[in-house]
Design a protein around this ligand. Structure first.
Ligand code: PHE
Length: 445
């Protein structure tokens, strides 16, 4: 484990929430919901967070604190001479791919941030907001430079060690983001015609129900909670013995659902009131948000503040993705942290280049019916994460001894009654549900 350790009780929660809350809730949730029937997507996203992803978060915390190592050595320690450490290897690879396209979107935020300072984002029409976004993401020089700057920011923090960087900043930025989001939702909801967006988000339209939609909602639940990648295992390994794991997981999952719903309440009422399309795709938030800020007094300043906070939320997730790879490869040799962070970060940047260019010069390249960017997302969110989560649930349920698991969970816990329910969810419900959804969505059932 090296010398890494969270310095305070709050530090761990903030870092775990910081990893979870990011583009998943704020950018990806609205756009996935918007392309997959709105309310149905929200319904299954919540259901899967509560029944599957949440229990897996508790499982990752438990494994991490018990094994006290990086994603791979944790499994080696708990299950020596077995194949289980492959979970950590898959997780590390998945983290590399996620960060490779995550940093592209991080770059878009930087592009918007610069434009928010020059006033270029105020007072445009719907069509102009769409055109602006298209022109930014299609410009190879701009997207690559922005992605590079985002990666450098990520590396700069991770190479200095988690506790200095992540804990201190999270304390203020996260609550600020929440408050601004609430103000925005109120403004969006008071626009004329906003109720249609509310209906879109909350009244289920079952015609969108399908195996594929369920898999996408499951993938979203994992992605948004950062589970299935062993990120939360790595973070929990820096944890002391008196933290209440169940309580921490509950707070992170609840906050994550809350921010996703708030994001939906900012975006969809405005989509319908201002005449946008909900199925805009990856650009949805970037096109609709500036238009909502336009409707706000001092909107230009608020937009700038919002983008700073969004950048911050995105960075805290990116830190966790880079941290797991650095932790796995340095194996606790803290003196290697600096050079490894820069090297690994550089490689991830290179891997991300095709994703960055897939909205412009490489937009003709299609893999399995998707653009390079969408393919990287689909491969990780809908295959890598569910697979990782499945293996983690089997590890807890069938490899670890129940007494050991419970003993770890009881440390710092204020009640124990829920543990049997959780154990059932993780041992039977989660693997079964993941398997069924997998098979169903690939038409194997
Ligand atoms: N949960 C992060 C977000 O929603 C993304 C992420 C996924 C981070 C997996 C780490 C691991 O933005």
């Amino acid at each position: 484990m090296g010398s890494q350790q969270w310095s305070s009780k709050l530090g761990f929660i903030l870092a775990a929430a910081g990893s979870a809350i990011g583009l998943g809730a704020i950018w990806k949730f609205p756009y996935m919901a918007g392309t997959n029937g709105g309310s149905i997507f929200l319904l299954f996203f919540i259901l899967f967070t509560v029944l599957i992803a949440g229990p897996i978060l508790i499982a990752e915390f438990t494994i991490g604190r018990k094994g006290k190592g990086d994603a791979v050595s944790t499994f080696k320690k708990i299950a020596p001479s077995t194949a289980w450490p492959v979970i950590g290897i898959i997780g590390t690879l998945v983290a590399v791919i996620i960060l490779s396209f995550y940093s592209v979107v991080g770059g878009w935020i930087l592009s918007y941030l610069v434009r928010s300072m020059t006033g270029e984002l105020s007072g445009l029409s719907q069509a102009e907001y769409g055109a602006l976004f298209e022109s930014i993401i299609a410009n190879p020089a701009e997207v690559l430079i922005a992605q590079l700057i985002f990666m450098v920011m990520t590396i700069a923090v991770v190479q200095g060690g988690i506790q200095n960087g992540i804990e201190r900043a999270s304390k203020y930025m996260m609550p600020a983001l929440l408050i601004l989001f609430i103000i925005l939702a109120v403004r969006s909801l008071s626009l004329e015609g906003a109720m249609e967006g509310v209906r879109y988000l909350f009244i289920p339209d079952w015609s969108y129900f399908s195996g594929e939609t369920m898999l996408l909602a499951l993938g979203q639940a994992f992605f948004a909670l950062s589970v299935g990648v062993s990120v939360m295992i790595t973070y929990a390994s820096y944890l002391n013995e008196n933290e209440n794991l169940g309580q921490s997981a509950l707070s992170v999952a609840a906050l994550n659902i809350l921010i996703s719903i708030l994001a939906g309440l900012v975006i969809f009422p405005a989509v319908f009131a201002l005449g946008f399309e909900p199925n805009e795709g990856a650009g949805l938030v970037f096109v609709v948000l500036p238009a909502v800020f336009n409707e706000l007094a001092f909107g230009g300043i608020f937009l700038f503040v919002f983008l700073v906070l969004l950048l911050f939320a995105t960075l805290t997730s990116a830190f966790s993705l880079l941290e797991i790879v650095v932790a796995t490869l340095t194996k606790g040799r803290e003196e290697k942290r600096k050079p490894y962070s820069w090297m690994i970060g550089a490689v991830i940047f290179l891997i991300g280049i095709p994703s960055a260019l897939s909205f412009g010069v490489l937009n003709d390249v299609i893999i399995g019916g998707r653009s390079i960017f969408d393919f990287a997302d689909y491969l990780t969110s809908n295959i890598g994460l569910p697979l990782g989560a499945l293996l983690i649930s089997l590890f807890i349920g069938f490899k670890m001894k129940k007494e050991d698991v419970f003993q770890e969970l009881e440390k710092g816990a204020s009640s124990t009654g829920w543990m049997n329910v959780w154990y059932f969810a993780i041992k039977f419900l989660a693997p079964f549900a993941i398997l069924i959804i997998f098979l169903e969505s690939f038409n194997l059932l």
